[in-house]
Ligand binder design. Structure first.
Ligand SMILES: C[S@@+](CC[C@H](N)C(=O)[O-])C[C@H]1O[C@@H](n2cnc3c(N)ncnc32)[C@H](O)[C@@H]1O
Length: 280
């Protein structure tokens, strides 16, 4: 079989297995096995594949068909233009979270570029490391309650050449962290345990602790809203990624806690996804 045959056959197989973007997934996996860039496959459609190339591809295709996330099979994910290691130790970083980082960079650059920043629930380190790379003058802390996530985030810091720029702390929210910070940013678990049945096979490969808060879904975000004022410098900012339908109640929670300049922003699909506020 040549490259084109394999891509076509894999695409058909993925379609049958309800894999989203079947052709794209096929291309990523084949490029990974061949050690090529995806785009390079287009120059090699006629290339005949050897059995030693096909065997590992078959194994990956089977796993993808069974619902393993593409990013776990590749071992990497692109986030804000950087390649991060990605495996089952932490949540696969999502495009919505890239939007959050882009908003922070575009809207708050002058206030956060040389301040203290803490990323609460850092997972793979996506937010903390992206901000550390963007703002060399900032002091960045990355906090998580999961040892596994912190281990992966540390590996990412080494891979991205910022191991000395980010301090990793095991902490339940901000419990073990001292302020004051100019920015507290968090993409905490925000799915309610009742929503489990609605999640895709892929999402269920993320660690439980990264997905589920509690019965309502917004409990951890509310706890952070309550804790953050004691760790923010006067006028410091809180930036949150939240779940679908949680915006209104959480905006009220911010107002009740006397935050100011409170507002929300939607993600590219029009969902109210990000909340921003200042304190003091
Ligand atoms: C939704 S994931 C987000 C990971 C990463 N920030 C991202 O955007 O890709 C939430 C993270 O919060 C962590 N977490 C859950 N409960 C926590 C807590 N009480 N304190 C600190 N981190 C927590 C999880 O381990 C997980 O890594």
């Amino acid at each position: 079989m040549n490259v084109l045959d394999v891509l076509q056959a894999t695409t058909v197989y993925f379609k049958k297995r309800d894999v989203e973007n079947p052709r794209l997934n096929a291309e990523h996996l084949l490029a990974h096995v061949l050690g090529r860039k995806r785009i390079e496959l287009y120059l090699e459609f006629e290339h005949e594949l050897t059995e030693s190339e096909l065997a590992p591809l078959r194994a990956l295709v089977k796993r993808r068909g069974e619902g393993e996330p593409l990013q776990h099979l590749l071992g990497t994910v692109e986030f804000c233009g950087h390649v991060f290691l990605c495996d089952k130790r932490a949540m696969v970083p999502r495009p919505e979270t890239e939007e959050l980082v882009e908003l922070l960079i575009s809207d708050f650059k002058s206030q956060i570029s040389n301040s203290r920043i803490v990323d609460v629930g850092t997972g793979s380190g996506a937010i903390a490391l992206s901000l550390a790379m963007k703002f060399p003058e900032a002091e960045v802390l990355a906090v998580d309650i999961s040892d596994d996530a912190l281990a992966l985030a540390r590996e990412n810091a080494v891979m991205l050449n910022v191991p000395d720029r980010v301090c990793f702390v095991k902490s339940n929210l901000l419990e073990s962290v001292e302020g004051p910070f100019g920015l507290i940013v968090a993409n905490l678990p925000y799915i309610s345990t009742q929503e489990r049945h609605a999640l895709s096979r892929e999402v269920l490969h993320d660690p439980e602790i990264a997905l589920f808060a509690s019965a309502r879904g917004d409990e951890l975000v509310r706890e952070l809203i309550a804790e953050a004022p004691s760790r923010l410098q006067p006028g410091g900012r809180l930036a949150l990624e939240i779940g679908i339908g949680q915006g209104e109640a959480l905006l009220s929670a911010l107002a009740e806690r006397n935050y100011r300049d409170i507002y929300s922003k939607t993600d590219y699909s029009g969902v109210t996804r990000f909340l921003f506020a200042r304190y003091g």
